[in-house]
Design a protein around this ligand. Sequence first.
Ligand code: GCU
Length: 409
Amino acid sequence: MLRVLKMVILISVCSSAVVGKEPADTNYDEAKVPAYELPDPLIDNAGQSVGREEWMPHRRGQVLRMFEESVYGKTPPQELSVRYEVMETDPNALDGRATRKQVAAFLGEEAYRIDILMYLPNASERPVAGFVGLNFNGNHTVHSDPDILDRGQGKERGSSASRWQVEAVIDRGYALATVHRDQIDPDNYRNDFTDGIHPLFYREGQTKPEPTEWGAIGAWAWGLSRVLDHLEKEPRVDAKRIAVLGHSRLGKAALWAGAQDTRFAMVISNDSGCGGAALYRRCFGERIHHMIKPVGYWFCTNHHQYQHREDALPVDQHMLMALVAPRPLYVASATNDRWADPKGEYLAAKHASPVYELLGRPALKQADPPPPGQPIHTTIGYHLREGDHNITEYDWDQYLRFADQHLSR
Ligand code: GCU
C-alpha cells in the first residue's frame, strides 16, 4: 500500500517538474510565501502616477521594454519575408462541418517551413472569430483526421485531441489554427538557437541571441503573430476577433504574444504557471532557478540573473497581463497544478485589474481565487478547475463562453 502511494506521489511529481524530479526546495506552504511588494504598473519609471490618457502612449511601452529586457528578450525588429502557400484544402472535413486548410509558411530564403493547420466552420456565412495556439506534438495530434499532414514528429495521430476539442470549437462557430511549437523553435532541452528560427535573424557573425534578445518563448510568440498575419488574408476569418491561447509553456508564449501584438483580440493562459501567469514574487511552486538549468533558453539570458532574486525584477507577471488591457484576458488554473501556483495565477490577474479599471473595463474584484468550478467572467476571466495540469473540455467550455461574450457579433 505504502509502495503504491509512493509511486502515485512520484508519478504526479514527475509530471510537474521540467526534468522529472521535483526540486527539494519547492515551497507549497502558503505560510512560507515571503512578504513581497509588487511593482505598481500605474507608477511610471520616473515615479509619476499614470492617468488614463497616459497608459497607452507612455506607460505601456515602458512596461513592454522591461519585459523584453528582463524576461523574454527583444524580438528582432527586422522584417523577414514570409510566403504563405495553401498546400491542401478539404471543404468537407469533419463530416462536412468544417473546411480544413493546411498552409505552409516559407520563411526568409524559403528553406525554412512552418505548417499551419486550420479548421473553418462551414455553417457560418460571415467571417468568423477564432482561436490560435501552438501545439506540443505536431498538427496531426490535435485531431484523428487522417488527412492532417504528419511532418514526422513521431507522435500518434489524434493523441492530443482532448486538448483541442476541435468539434466543439467548430460547432460553436469558431475557426481554429495551430502550429507545432518545434517547427518554430525546437523545445529540446539542449536548445542552442541553431535549429529554430533564430539564425534567420542573426546579424553578420552572430551565433546566438544577445543577453536581451529573444529565447524560445519569444520565437514561439513571433510564430503566433505570423499565423495571425495569414488569418488576416483568409476571407472566412475575421482577424480582428482572434484569441491567442496556450497551455503551460505555450500559455507563457500566448501571453507574451498577446502582450506584444495588440491585434490579438483576446488572450488565454491555461495553466501557464511560472514565467507565465503566476506571480514570481510569491516563490510558490516553480521558481526561476528551477527553470533556468533545464529550460533557460525559453527566456533571454538576462533573465537568468533573477534566480533567487525575484524581488529584483523590475516587473512581475501582473504587468504582463496589464499589457493585454483593455482586451479580454482569461487565466485558468487547476487544483492539482500546485507547481504552477494557481493562487499566484489568480493574483497576477487580480493585480492587473487596476489597469483594466483605469481603461474603463470591469475586472477582478475579489481578493482570493474563486472555489473550483466557479468561473468568474468579466473583462478578465478566471477559473480554477478540479484536476491536473492539462487543458480539458471543461477549460475549452469556459473559453468558448468567454469568446461568445467578447468576440461574437
Ligand atoms: C514544466 C515546466 C513548466 C511548464 C510545463 C509545461 O512543468 O516546469 O514551467 O509550464 O513544463 O510546459 O508543460
